[in-house]
Design a protein around this ligand. Structure first.
Ligand code: CIZ
Length: 326
């Protein structure tokens, strides 16, 4: 999680928009959060840039009356769950998440009924209602710790990302029932493309998000030496940003949504960051623009709310995760 770095000079028009956002931010006592996958200019106007859970937790610690979440719908819901009583704005309500939409609360209830007594672990990319039906929530950075904390004799239902689920089964050695959901952006980053980029840049370190469809095969092929070069690091978005700053490598091939490259380039200006796929662009994330941020602050809408009964149960799943991972 980083405070947004120095702003790049913006063209006129954009500069006026940024001034408008600054005045409205003060007027509304708002904090602006931008997910790592947001457009560069949206990241630059934000108070905080990071992953969805850290952003929501940080926002809860501020004294802001209004939280503007520049991200997708489930992220704004998480902010509302952790900051009851505050106004949460999502500048475009159409900013959804293909992965979160792969499972509804009703589907999860049916799955639970087929496995009575199983422990339900839901990835943060789920609706508030799905979190409310879960025993634990997890993020890509702490999912392994959450799975390891569950007694070995308990059956686990993991949802909704099948690639993260497969990765967790591999690293923990634990068998789970895994929901067959995927994020279409990460699923679309294919191993051949990644390998071709690595062949062109043999000294580049590979940073791979566990939601990618190519994670298992890439780790396997790197391990066997089929893809020569430095090791492959599987990490959450925050883990990737941290690794890029700390690693001795000078070039990185980044397998996740391309928006993160902006933050990596700001934090590690002397290093080179290449996308594993130029096409790894989330149309949902890119729905948030400076115009929409300004409009949301002017109109105090669109708002995202979570009924308290749902929020309380979802918070319990988040609290259980925090009890394990801190
Ligand atoms: O929760 C997030 O921000 C997501 C979707 C991924 C990550 O690895 O940070």
């Amino acid at each position: 999680m980083a405070v947004a770095a120095a702003r790049v000079p913006a063209p006129t028009g954009a500069a006026e928009l940024i001034d408008r956002i600054e005045s409205l931010r003060r007027l509304r006592n708002a904090v602006i959060l931008a997910h790592n996958y947001q457009l560069p200019e949206v990241q630059d106007v934000a108070d905080l840039v990071g992953d969805s859970l850290n952003l929501s937790r940080q926002a809860a610690r501020t004294s802001a009356d209004v939280i503007v979440f520049c991200g997708v719908h489930f992220m704004a819901e998480t902010a509302a769950i952790l900051s009851p009583g505050r106004t949460v704005l999502l500048p475009d309500l159409e900013a959804g998440c293909s992965l979160a939409e792969t499972i509804t609360a009703a589907q999860l209830r049916r799955w639970k009924a087929e496995h009575p007594g199983a422990v339900v672990v839901s990835y943060v990319n789920t609706s508030a209602e799905v979190k409310a039906e879960s025993d634990y929530c997890c993020t890509s950075s702490n999912a392994e710790a959450v799975i390891r904390a569950i007694p070995a004799d308990r059956e686990i239902l993991f949802c909704p990302d099948m690639f993260l689920g497969a990765h967790l089964e591999r690293v923990t050695g634990r068998r789970m029932h895994v929901w067959m959901g995927e994020c279409h952006v990460h699923a679309g980053i294919d191993a051949e493309h990644l390998e071709a980029t690595r062949r062109r840049h043999p000294d580049a370190e590979l940073l791979v998000h566990p939601e990618c469809g190519c994670t298992s095969s890439t780790l396997y092929r790197v391990g066997r030496g089929d893809i020569p070069g430095p090791s492959c690091v599987v990490a959450s978005t925050e883990g990737m940003v941290r690794r890029a700053a700390e690693s001795p490598a000078r070039t990185f091939i980044v397998a996740t949504e391309v928006g993160i490259l902006h933050r990596m380039r700001q934090q590690s200006p002397g290093k080179r960051f290449l996308p594993a796929s130029e096409d790894a662009v989330s149309p949902y994330m890119k729905r948030i623009t400076l115009e929409k941020v300004a409009r949301a602050l002017e109109r105090m809408s669109p708002r995202v709310t979570v009924p308290e009964e749902v929020a309380a149960r979802a918070r319990r799943a988040l609290d259980r995760m925090v009890a394990i991972t801190g």
